[in-house]
Write a protein of this length. Structure first.
Length: 431
């Protein structure tokens, strides 16, 4: 394992095109694989997680060819996959495991899904229960964790109320619904990212979208197509935070996906006075896209800033970098209702608090969140990323803001979501 040393920066300057959105890339590959005909996925994410999805599809007999920035998939139709000859390995990718499980539940064969040690600790009961209601036969460890053994069956449609807002669980059920005979409906307690329902319509599925309710009708007939994937907004968040925090910064991020279910982080920062401008707005397959121009600025809340409730699903991936940036926000930030972070690649609440304290910050930890006072200074430290890509990237940005040197252990974990992250940072940093 390698480490990366980060030093204080004067500012960020320059323009960058970000890698393809992870969430959209996963979904595009899986849906293309059950469509009929060829699909070209442009700007497919090079992340290790999205490569895990392609690896699993190849093991299921899907023809997948990839080049830098482009993936070609020859779809097999709903039931054209073949039984894998070995266990399917989702690596570190919860999205791969949960969404693929929905499609495997309706296939005429048995398969086993596993992942790395981190993924095998993450809760899978939340997909096992609804898929079982649809008729799937799934076994797991006693605590409902992977490996998952899935015996495909003829699925029946259901109407399902999500107990916890989760785009992955919603998508798992909708994908399974493509193979069921009838209409499958999912209702969520709070709005989550809607890439699956947008994309299903683009590939030809019958999709009905209501107030916190999505329904698909199966069996679906999907047709392959070209699909252009926007730049990853969750990756952009780290660069946005650094540009805001370092005086004299000016950066441009081109072709970024700005789906309103994902822009909670940007909207929050704008409410604090962040000069984030949206240029050249356009749409790719009904996904909104823009170029983001970000200048440095002090961030101030009119009243003590507390984030929770329905806002959390719209910025769940950005909470680690938001906690770091909170050390630069007048009045600081309090986060509640984010207990989902306890069961991500690491316990992100505990890991963020631990590493901020290592850097000299004051932090209060709650069962469902954090309070980070601000403004307060940071000092360089050895950061334990605990194998979590978003922790490693968040504290690399903290290192740009801190006195002295910051060492990120196991820094290669950033490749899980943003290969080339440190190179991109080096290109933008002015010392």
């Amino acid at each position: 394992m390698s480490s990366k040393t980060v030093y204080r920066a004067r500012c960020l300057r320059g323009s960058v095109a970000l890698p393809g959105d992870k969430s959209i890339s996963h979904r595009a590959a899986l849906i293309a694989a059950i469509a009929s005909g060829d699909s070209q996925l442009v700007n497919y994410s090079p992340s290790a997680d999205c490569q895990s999805t392609l690896r699993c599809l190849r093991a299921l007999g899907v023809s997948v060819a990839s080049w830098p920035g482009r993936v070609h998939i020859r779809g097999c139709g709903l039931h054209g996959w073949r039984a894998p000859t070995a266990t399917l390995d989702a690596g570190n990718s919860g999205t791969t495991m949960r969404l693929l499980a929905g499609l495997l539940a309706g296939q005429p064969f048995e398969s086993v899904l596993t992942g790395d040690a981190s993924l095998r600790r993450r809760p899978m009961r939340r997909i096992i229960d609804p898929l079982s209601k649809m008729g799937a036969e799934i076994s797991a460890r006693e605590d409902g964790r992977a490996p998952l053994r899935i015996r495909g069956t003829r699925l029946r449609p259901i109407a399902y109320q999500l107990p916890i807002a989760s785009a992955q669980v919603k998508s798992c059920i909708l994908l399974a619904g493509l193979l069921a005979h009838g209409t499958t409906q999912v209702t969520e307690p709070a709005v989550t990212r809607n890439h699956t329902e947008i994309m299903l319509g683009q590939f030809g599925a019958r999709v009905e979208i209501g107030d916190r309710t999505v329904a698909v009708t199966g069996p679906a007939e999907l047709t392959g197509r070209e699909y252009r994937i926007p730049g990853d907004l969750s990756s952009a968040a780290f660069l946005i935070a650094a540009a805001l925090a370092l005086p004299g910064s000016l950066i441009r991020l081109t072709g970024v996906g700005v789906n309103p279910t994902r822009t909670g982080f940007i909207e929050l920062l704008q409410s604090l006075g962040a000069p984030i401008q949206w240029h050249n707005r356009r749409s790719w397959q009904d996904e909104p896209v823009a170029d983001l121009v970000v200048r440095s600025a002090p961030l101030r809340a009119r009243r003590p800033l507390t984030i929770g409730g329905e806002m959390i699903p719209r910025l769940i991936d950005e909470i680690p970098i938001l906690a770091v940036l909170a050390t630069r926000i007048e009045g600081g930030v309090t986060i509640h209702d984010a207990q989902e972070l306890r069961v991500k690649e690491s316990d992100r609440i505990r890991t963020v608090a631990e590493n901020l304290r290592r850097m000299g910050a004051r932090v209060q930890e709650f069962p469902d969140g954090l309070h980070v006072p601000g403004p307060q200074s940071l000092r360089g430290a050895l950061v334990n990323a605990r194998g979590d890509h978003r922790i490693a990237m968040a504290f690399a940005i903290a290192g740009l803001m801190a006195e002295g040197e910051t060492v990120i252990d196991s820094s290669e974990v950033v490749d899980i979501s943003f290969p080339g992250f440190f190179r991109t940072l080096d290109d933008l940093v002015v010392r």
